[in-house]
Ligand binder design. Structure first.
Ligand SMILES: Nc1ncnc2c1ncn2[C@@H]1O[C@H](COP(=O)(O)OP(=O)(O)OP(=O)(O)O)[C@@H](O)[C@H]1O
Ligand SMILES: [Mg+2]
Length: 400
């Protein structure tokens, strides 16, 4: 495969639909390979835009805008970096011959909890939490009756825990359904009602499809492990390698490969799995892209998840990915709304051995927004976790 020079005739080009922190790392990796980068998002100066050759600010649900940009830029790969994208435009672009990564159908299925559940649980027979699809409070009530309280409602379309509502008793059904639907992306009134499980720990099985000669192969990394503090719906820390026993990890890998093979295409997927306190390993959902908990691979593996995704998107073969050191990641979160945030404690954090800091460059903050991440290596996972936690505790996001 011939490689040109960025901004010149013959340049290889990737186009990122969504330009957050995951896109930023993909952009940096592309830059290193001399690949031209086009970053698209709904707001200006999103993380990947800081390191892209060109940028576009559009409403990501506007299919016409997406198609206009892709047709003008003619990228070698269109990488879906967020869920909130007009997926019909991706389907059309794929039919025109553009390479959508991993593929348009996978992006469409993964953003829809109902479709994804049906595929994983009913078509592939993977174990999941017990669930029902509901479209009204009375549907929810019927589901809860069978599942028992507490149970959990999630909108058909949403991410980062938006619209998740725990229903504690029959009295909470009406209000819970209203809140879930209100926080959904789009107009759907469909929700999933799930049994609420006690979580021991969670895994992300990074699983990729890459070209090997004339065929495509699927491989999976040793899963990343993570735990969320009670009541927190976003990832706080992750570590690699995992500490779970071999038989759990083996099953996790098999489940991940099964679902990723079904979704197809090229590139990496983050397959989310839950290990319950009563010992069940359950498929939860899958992101058709690098995963936020996988930021730890920036230090834990010889080829990180962003390199894997970019290389696979360009049609490269990827050698076996090796774990090089125990490592951990810990998020840096804003606790206020503001513009032009500042950070204190960076020097103190970086004075800790084995620690690196990534600040994403987001121009504004809101309560709970992820602004950066601490990465740490250590002789053991515990040492790496301690270092990451300590470093993150030194850093504060200041907004005025
Ligand atoms: N049935 C359940 N019982 C208990 N906890 C759950 C259940 N389902 C999900 N969770 C917890 O909530 C988290 C988020 O759930 P899920 O991944 O389905 O939502 P999401 O909106 O896609 O979030 P994200 O974008 O952060 O992955 C899970 O990682 C897990 O910690
Ligand atoms: Mg999830």
């Amino acid at each position: 495969m011939e490689f040109g020079t960025p901004l010149m005739e013959g340049a290889r080009r990737i186009l990122l639909l969504g330009s957050g922190e995951l896109g930023k790392e993909m952009a940096i990796e592309s830059q290193r390979l001399g690949v031209e980068v086009v970053a698209v998002d709904r707001y200006d100066m999103a993380p990947a835009m800081h390191v892209a050759h060109r940028r576009y600010v559009i409403n990501m649900m506007d299919g016409k805008a997406i198609k206009a940009i892709v047709r003008r830029e003619v990228p070698d790969a269109v990488i879906a970096e967020i869920e909130a994208i007009n997926t019909d435009a991706l389907v059309e672009l794929e039919e025109e011959g553009f390479r959508v990564v991993p593929n348009a159908r996978a992006v469409k299925v993964c953003m829809n909890r109902v479709e994804l559940r049906r595929l994983a649980a009913e078509k592939l027979g993977l174990p999941t939490t017990k669930y029902y699809v509901a479209e009204s409070p009375s549907d929810v009530e019927r589901a809860c009756k069978d599942l028992g309280y507490p149970c959990l409602i999630k909108p058909e379309m949403s991410s980062s825990g938006h619209g998740h509502v725990i229903i504690k008793s029959r009295d909470g059904v009406e209000e819970g359904f209203r809140r879930a639907v209100e926080h959904a992306r789009g107009a759907s009134r469909k929700v999933i009602v799930e049994e609420f499980v006690e979580i021991d720990r969670e895994f992300t099985a990074l699983t990729y499809r890459h070209r090997v000669g004339n065929s495509i192969e699927t491989r999976t990394l040793t899963p990343i492990e993570h735990q969320r503090p009670k009541g927190v719906f976003h990832y706080v820390e992750s570590w690699h390698p995992p500490t779970a026993n071999e038989s759990v990890l083996k099953t996790a890998k098999e489940m991940a490969i099964k679902v990723v093979d079904e979704l197809g295409g090229l590139g990496i997927y983050g397959v989310e799995l839950i290990l319950t306190r009563d010992g069940r390993l359950l498929f939860s959902e899958v992101a058709p892209r690098p995963h936020d908990t996988g930021l730890v691979t920036l230090v834990s593996t010889d080829i990180n998840e962003f390199q894997i995704h970019v290389r696979a998107a360009l049609g490269f073969q990827i050698p076996e990915v090796k774990l090089v050191t125990p490592a951990a990641s810990h998020v840096i979160i804003a606790d206020n709304e503001g513009y032009a945030p500042r950070f204190i404690g960076i020097e103190e954090a970086l004075a800790i051995p084995g620690v690196q800091v990534r600040l994403f460059g987001k121009p504004s903050t809101y309560r709970g927004r992820r602004m950066g991440v601490v990465l740490a290596v250590g002789d053991t996972v515990n040492e790496a976790r301690e270092r990451a936690r300590l470093a993150a505790s030194k850093i504060k996001v200041i907004t005025h």
